[in-house]
Design a protein around this ligand. Structure first.
Ligand code: NAD
Ligand code: MG
Length: 392
């Protein structure tokens, strides 16, 4: 029996994780569930999975949950505050942690799990984008096993040779190829992009996801963040990671070998596949995902990504090449801009403008300490907020 802690349990990845756990009750038990403020949803999960701990960062929501848990006679202990998430993730009883908080808020609890040497299933790509240097050093120091949940990185992990940490050129890999769906605006005339609404941006054609990552997919910042994530996870240089638009989202990514072989992982677009892969790794378990029907699929398409349509992809590629705290600042500016777009304060194409202006104004330093990363995050948010006020 493996004891699992799910950080961000009420979100899209959190719920998919609990569904895979539900299908494999003989393998997994839930030790802790955490979320931000959705006490009703967490209560339902507590009833079903009976964890030892339930954490809500929002104190009022935690108080409501505690009252309900007591009233129903459940044994789960309710904690509040963001530090409690790190505590439960690092608890000695935990075997594996699903890191599925969205955004920079996931960094410290995920890092706590890494430092405690847990098996970490990483969905929270923003943690690596911000603090890849510190994060990967902590993985090496603690001996934590890091398994990628992002579908592209999970696919690459499945296609990579065992010893990839030695550097791609030393293991016969020419490059990594990340696939991108192109999002909901792949065929929208570029001049109409400024007028699109948050609802349209969140209506992804292939994947059902949280609102922040849905907007990131529409701008293709998501792929930009994933290029940076791939560099850290697979010890790759930015020039060894390419992006190809593949509208069907069936090939989740590819590894291109020097002998001309290209290995790909395919499947229906459902996050329960990478989640089940990482939960059971190196074994395989049922995920509830229906098998891929190639005949029904018929064909697959591929196109190059356009920087005119997706300027955020270029901003991310430039940030990873700049190095240091540039990626942390890119991520922070993006979070502020996406939140302003979702709140109706700026238009869709303003997102890239805010990030671009922020990075132009910013200066970057080494990102080898957590303090420098957190400072860069705060600085970029205030620079981005000024741009947002100008554009609003
Ligand atoms: P979501 O918005 O559906 O869920 C986010 C979860 O994080 C919720 O449980 C929420 O309560 C929690 N949370 C939010 N802010 C928090 C805070 N300040 N403190 C503590 N908890 C907080 O997001 P999602 O789509 O599940 O994505 C989660 C992560 O997984 C993101 O980093 C995303 O990029 C990554 N990811 C998601 C998908 C997907 O299909 N949804 C695919 C690949 C990667
Ligand atoms: Mg992805």
């Amino acid at each position: 029996m493996e004891n699992i802690c799910v950080l961000g349990a009420t979100g899209s990845i959190g719920c998919s994780t609990l569904d895979v756990i539900r299908r494999n009750p003989e393998r997994f038990s839930v030790f802790a569930l955490t979320a931000n403020s959705q006490d009703q949803k967490l209560l339902e999960q507590v009833r079903e999975f009976k964890p030892q701990y339930a954490v809500l960062t929002n104190e009022k929501a935690a108080a409501r949950l505690e009252q309900a848990v007591k009233a129903e006679g459940l044994k789960t202990e309710v904690l509040s505050g963001s530090k409690s998430q790190a505590l439960v993730a690092a608890d000695s009883a935990v075997d594996a942690v699903m890191a599925a908080i969205v955004g920079a808020a996931g960094l410290l609890p995920t890092l706590a799990a890494v430092k405690a040497g847990k098996k970490v299933l990483l969905a929270n790509k923003e943690a690596l984008v911000m603090a890849g240097d510190v994060f990967m050093q902590s993985v090496r120091d603690s001996g934590s096993v890091l398994l990628p949940i992002d579908s592209e990185h999970n696919a690459i992990f499945q296609c990579m040779p065992r010893d990839y940490q030695q550097g791609l050129e030393n293991v016969g890999v020419r490059r990594i190829l990340l696939t991108a769906s192109g999002g909901p605006f792949r065929d929208t005339p570029v001049e109409q992009l400024q007028g699109v609404t948050p609802e349209q941006a969140c209506a992804h054609p292939n994947w059902s996801m949280g609102r922040k990552i849905s907007v990131d997919s529409a701008t293709m910042m998501n792929k930009g963040l994933e290029v940076i994530e791939a560099c850290w996870l697979f010890n790759a240089r930015p020039d060894q990671v390419d992006v190809v638009v593949h509208p069907q989202s069936i090939i989740h990514s590819l590894v291109d070998y020097v002998d001309g072989s290209m290995l790909a992982q395919l499947g229906n677009p459902d996050m329960r596949t990478p989640i089940a892969h990482a939960l059971a790794w190196p074994e395989r378990i049922d995920s509830g995902v229906s098998p891929l029907d190639l005949i029904k699929l018929g064909h697959m398409d591929f196109q190059p990504p356009s920087f005119q349509r997706y300027p955020c992809l270029k901003l991310a590629q430039d940030a990873v090449s700049a190095g240091g705290t540039a990626s942390a600042m890119l991520n922070a500016a993006n979070e502020q801009a996406v939140s302003a777009f979702l709140g109706g304060r700026i238009g869709f194409t303003h997102i890239a403008q805010v990030i671009d202006a922020t990075l132009q104004e910013a200066s970057f330093v080494s990102a080898s300490s957590l303090d420098s990363v957190l400072e860069a995050d705060v600085k970029a948010r205030s620079l981005a907020d000024r741009q947002i006020v100008k554009l609003a």
